[in-house]
Write a protein that binds this ligand. Structure first.
Ligand SMILES: [Zn+2]
Length: 287
C-alpha cells in the first residue's frame, strides 16, 4: 500500500442535495443527535487524543458540514476577533488524528473563507451564508459566491535516479523539500510544473505525471503532487525563492526519511504531501 497524504480521505457525506433545501437543513439541526464543532483560537478544537471536539447544536450553526451515517454535523463561524494565522495552527497537525483530518481541513477552510468574504466582490454590498454555508449570496446584486480553492503544484523532478529538492528561507536548518508554486490562470498542471521548475531551478522537464493531491487548509490550497523527468541536471537557482536546491541520491533520500543522524538533509514532516511524494518515489524505486 502506498501512503496517502495527510488530510486525504472522504470525510463526511457532504449531502450536497440537502444544501439547497433550508427547511431540511433546519430540521437536521433540530435533531437531538446533531453535533456542532467546537472551536479554539481560530481552529477546530481538538481533545487530548487529537480528535475533533463536538457539542449539541445550540443557537446559530450556519455551516452544514455533512452527515456521518444519519448524524448531521454543523459548525458556526469562529469569533471574528481571532486572527486568521495559519502558522499558529501548524502545531495542531502534530496531534490531529488522521481520521479527523479531512473534516478539520473542510471546516477550517470553509470558516476562514466566510470570514474573508463578508462583502460582495462584484458590488461591495454585504453577503450572507447560503446553501448550508457552501456559498454566500449578495443582497445587493444577487451574485452568489462559492468557497475558493487555490491550486498549487508540488513536484519531484528526477534525473538519472536522483531527486531534486530545495529549501526555502523559512525552513528549519537542514530541511529540504519538493519545489512548489501556484497554478496561474490559463495554465494546465503540467505547464505549471514545468514553469515552476524552470523558474526556481532552471531545469527543463518532460513527462509530467500526477501522483496525489492534498487539501491544505492554510487557508484554502489544493496541493497537486506531481513527478517530472528533468532533461538535464545543471541547476540555476532563483535565490529570491530558494536558499538552495540540490540533487539527492536514493540512498540519501532513504537516510533522510529514516532520520539517520548523518543524513544529508532533514525530510519534510509527516503531514506534508512532499513527504508522501518522496515516500512513494522511494517505494516504487525499490521494486
Ligand atoms: Zn453584489
Amino acid at each position: 500500500m502506498l501512503p496517502d497524504p495527510f488530510f486525504a480521505g472522504p470525510g463526511l457525506d457532504r449531502a450536497d442535495a440537502l444544501r439547497a433545501r433550508p427547511g431540511r437543513i433546519a430540521a437536521l439541526a433540530a435533531r437531538h443527535d446533531a453535533r456542532q464543532l467546537e472551536w479554539a483560537n481560530g481552529a477546530p478544537a481538538l481533545d487530548q487524543n487529537g480528535r475533533l471536539q463536538w457539542r449539541a447544536v445550540n443557537g446559530e450553526a450556519p455551516l452544514f458540514l455533512g452527515l456521518d451515517g444519519e448524524v448531521p454535523h454543523f459548525s458556526d463561524l469562529p469569533p471574528g476577533d481571532v486572527p486568521i494565522d495559519s502558522r499558529a495552527h501548524f502545531g495542531l497537525l502534530g496531534i490531529l488524528d488522521p481520521a479527523d483530518a479531512p473534516l478539520f481541513a473542510a471546516a477550517l477552510s470553509l470558516a476562514n473563507w466566510h470570514r474573508r468574504h463578508a462583502f460582495c466582490s462584484v458590488c461591495g454590498e454585504p453577503t450572507a451564508p447560503n446553501r448550508g454555508g457552501w456559498s454566500r449570496a449578495c443582497a445587493g446584486c444577487a451574485a452568489e459566491h462559492y468557497p475558493r480553492v487555490d491550486p498549487v503544484v508540488i513536484m519531484l523532478a528526477e534525473h538519472d535516479g536522483r531527486l531534486l529538492l530545495g529549501r526555502q528561507p523559512q525552513y528549519p536548518p537542514g530541511r529540504y523539500s519538493a519545489l512548489a508554486g501556484f497554478v496561474e490562470p490559463g495554465e494546465t498542471i503540467e505547464a505549471a510544473v514545468a514553469r515552476e521548475l524552470e523558474e526556481e531551478a532552471g531545469i527543463a522537464v518532460r513527462h509530467v505525471t500526477y501522483i496525489a493531491s492534498q487539501p491544505w487548509p492554510f487557508p484554502s490550497t489544493l496541493m497537486i503532487g506531481a513527478h517530472a523527468e528533468a532533461e538535464g541536471d545543471s541547476l540555476t537557482i532563483d535565490h529570491d525563492e530558494l536558499d538552495d536546491a540540490r540533487w539527492f541520491s536514493r540512498a540519501e533520500v532513504e537516510a533522510a526519511l529514516t532520520a539517520e543522524p548523518d543524513a544529508a538533509f532533514l525530510a519534510p514532516p509527516p503531514f506534508a504531501i512532499a513527504r508522501t511524494l518522496i515516500e512513494r518515489w522511494l517505494s516504487t524505486r525499490l521494486k
